[in-house]
Design a protein around this ligand. Structure first.
Ligand SMILES: C[S@@+](CC[C@H](N)C(=O)[O-])C[C@H]1O[C@@H](n2cnc3c(N)ncnc32)[C@H](O)[C@@H]1O
Length: 191
């Protein structure tokens, strides 16, 4: 059976704890055998080896063929049949920012020569939600049939909450989000 590799090009200056939690969630979602992390600093490689294959090299230098970059700024939407025909699906390992700064378009897409470029809608998803969405499309679902919620609120305690103004998949009636990330947000806020 053909194996499609999901590639996360890490583009943040550090491997922040939030990124690491999202990357672990991605590995749980698609399996570590289908996941590559690229552009990783030698000092961070060990932390990621248990979640996927780690490359210090940037995907920008890998000259991969039959690849697709997922970029919210592109005009064409990904379909199931083409997802199955790609060998590599490339995502920006970028934390969400609001309003979006179009970093995928600036820091990733132009540097992957000969790749196709697709969106999965125009709204910004976290990298783990973008991967989960593409996995559903790879499994034959249409983007318009998936359920989403735009903007979620995580209750920290009786009085406070954290607003996350991004698009979240709804799975089992709940936003698709790592339980570890919720614990991290609660802990961070309580200090
Ligand atoms: C949090 S997003 C980065 C958003 C960043 N603010 C930007 O403007 O590019 C992380 C990654 O998920 C993927 N992604 C998120 N939403 C997407 C969408 N609607 N269409 C295509 N890719 C998306 C992209 O690969 C993106 O680099």
């Amino acid at each position: 059976m053909k194996k499609t590799i999901y590639i996360i090009e890490h583009l943040e200056p550090e491997l922040f704890e939030w990124c690491l939690i999202e990357y672990e969630h991605i590995s749980e979602t698609i399996g570590k055998e289908n996941l590559w992390f690229t552009n990783i600093k030698p000092s961070d490689a060990k932390k990621l080896e248990k979640f996927g294959k780690v490359f210090l090299e940037s995907v920008k230098n890998m000259k991969l063929s039959n690849a697709c970059v997922l970029d919210p700024e592109c005009d064409k939407t990904l379909t199931s049949s083409e997802t199955n025909s790609f060998d590599y699906l490339i995502f920006g390992g970028i934390l969400g920012d609001y309003p979006p700064r179009k970093r995928t378009q600036e820091e990733l897409t132009p540097f992957i020569k000969n790749a196709e470029i697709r969106n999965i809608g125009k709204e910004q998803m976290s990298t783990d939600n973008a991967v989960y969405t593409v996995k559903q499309i790879e499994n034959g679902k249409k983007l318009q049939d998936l359920k989403f919620k735009n903007g979620i609120s995580i209750e920290i305690n009786e009085f406070e909450s954290v607003e996350l103004p991004y698009l979240y998949n709804i799975r089992d009636k709940k936003p698709f989000m790592s339980a570890k990330l919720i614990r991290y947000l609660k802990k961070k806020k309580s200090f």
